[in-house]
Design a protein. Structure first.
Length: 182
């Protein structure tokens, strides 16, 4: 069995798919949360917008500051990770410690858990919103978001991202995806 190729530079198409699915997830999740305006008025729209801002801030600012600076792609000249955040990290922080990279999955409020929380929150919040204020539009958003989440964990992460990552041998997420030996 042939081993997967490890990428120093991910193909732009993979980076686009990863980031487009992330941004789309956050925006659709925010739309679902905005639908709480039917219960709590304009505050519902504020909740949705705050979610969108927080999710993007966590992914595109906090992740580079806390995780990416410790990743192999940060140290790689000309490298490009699946998210492209190694480029962002180089602009906003200094080189971290490679031995700290696995800490991305340690602790209740670790970066991995916050990332997962941002992906799951709108789906979970959308269920009671849907029950109390059913609409086909909201149902379609919920189904779309769940499908996007499933696509992320079944296809994007294991086959486009983790499988080809230089850090997969030390990354807890790659271990959970079972791609280290592939």
């Amino acid at each position: 069995m042939q081993k997967a190729e490890l990428y120093n530079r991910y193909p732009i198409s993979s980076v686009f798919i990863y980031n487009a699915s992330t941004v789309l997830h956050f925006i659709v999740g925010g739309l679902i949360l905005c639908d709480t305006n039917k219960f709590i008025g304009p505050l519902g729209i504020s909740i949705g917008l705050l979610y969108i801002l927080f999710a993007h801030f966590e992914m595109y600012i906090m992740m580079p500051l806390s995780v990416c600076k410790n990743c192999a792609y940060f140290r790689l000249d000309g490298g490009l990770c699946i998210s492209g955040l190694n480029i962002v990290a180089k602009k906003i922080t200094r080189l971290g410690n490679p031995s700290d990279f696995p800490k991305r999955a340690m602790g209740f409020f670790c970066p991995n858990n916050i990332y997962i929380f941002n992906l799951v929150l709108p789906i979970l919040c959308g269920i009671p919103i849907l029950i109390f204020n059913f609409s086909y539009f909201l149902l379609s958003l919920e189904i779309f978001l769940f499908t996007l989440l499933a696509t992320r964990f079944v296809f994007i992460i294991p086959t486009l991202a983790c499988l080809h990552c230089l850090s997969k041998f030390v990354c807890p997420q790659a271990g959970q995806m079972g791609v280290r030996d592939k």
